[in-house]
Write a protein that binds this ligand. Structure first.
Ligand SMILES: Nc1ncnc2c1ncn2[C@@H]1O[C@H](COP(=O)(O)OP(=O)(O)OP(=O)(O)O)[C@@H](O)[C@H]1O
Length: 260
């Protein structure tokens, strides 16, 4: 389980974009947090700050009481599993090897470079594949699987890290609606059953409502909503997406008429 605290976090990129503008956020252990917001709001930047892919220009990111710095990056990252929109598997390698790569951060340079894994790692990779229901695909090439299966492998790879936290950057953006609900359900079950915190960026409000314990809304680098799924009403949606609630209703009405 991981507790996460962001205090006064700003992110300026070199091109003068001010992507995050003073973000304060406390995420207790075991929470499933969904980040919503329009394109460019800063969602991916926030996710990337949590595993040290980006560093704050100002402010602090503290995970389990340890401030994330360049010096402790490797040890903190070893506790953070990543799940990506495009799965990020090595296509030509089999599923088992892809899952085992989740162990690389825990091994020294020599054994990692030779892809030598102890028996305990193989058992853990097998257990992770069983958790996502894909043991029978262990020796298939990753690129022979469907998108949903590839995302399950991505989740198994994250689980093989024995993570305290899983970061999911638009985990269902490349999947059809049925597969998307299966993947969101799997992530929520992992969070509830194993106490692994999940922070996910989403563009779909319905999935946020159905699967999150808590939702934050980002707009132009600011947190403009922080509440439960039940609190995400039309006013909150309007704050997050920068439209008035009535204009969103009109747009929906037009869409319904257009499809009638
Ligand atoms: N590496 C980078 N260098 C420069 N600017 C960047 C970089 N990454 C993001 N930005 C800018 O920072 C702002 C926030 O981007 P970010 O990707 O965090 O938004 P987002 O909410 O995840 O958007 P989307 O939903 O489209 O993925 C945008 O203006 C973006 O162009």
């Amino acid at each position: 389980m991981a507790s996460i605290k962001l205090s006064g976090v700003h992110k300026h990129y070199r091109n003068n974009v001010h992507a995050l503008k003073g973000v304060d956020l406390d995420i207790p252990p075991g929470q499933f947090l969904v980040i919503l917001g329009p394109s460019g709001a800063g969602k991916s930047t926030l996710i990337r700050l949590l595993n040290g892919l980006e560093t704050p220009s100002e402010g602090q990111v503290v995970i389990d009481g340890t401030e994330l710095t360049k010096r402790n990056l490797r040890s903190v990252r070893a506790k953070v599993g990543m799940v990506f929109q495009q799965f990020n598997l090595v296509d030509r390698l089999n599923v088992m090897t892809n899952v085992l790569s989740g162990r690389l951060g825990k091994r020294n340079w020599f054994t990692s470079s030779l892809f030598l894994f102890p028996r305990s790692d193989l058992e853990l990779a097998h257990k992770s594949l069983a958790r996502v229901g894909l043991v029978e695909k262990a020796w298939m090439r990753a690129d022979q699987l469907s998108g949903g299966q590839q995302q399950r492998v991505g989740i198994a790879r994250a689980l093989a890290q024995e993570p305290a936290l899983i970061l999911a950057d638009e985990p269902v953006a490349s999947l059809d609606p049925i597969t998307s609900t299966e993947i969101m359900g799997l992530l929520r079950d992992i969070c509830d059953e194993q106490g692994i915190s999940v922070v996910a960026n989403l563009h779909q409000l319905d999935y946020a409502r159905d699967y999150a314990h808590r939702i934050i809304g980002l707009n132009n680098g600011h947190i403009v909503f922080d509440g439960s799924p039940e609190q995400l009403d039309s006013d909150a949606e309007a704050r997050i997406y920068g439209r008035s609630a009535s204009s969103r209703k009109e747009v929906r009405h037009e869409l319904v008429l257009a499809h009638a």
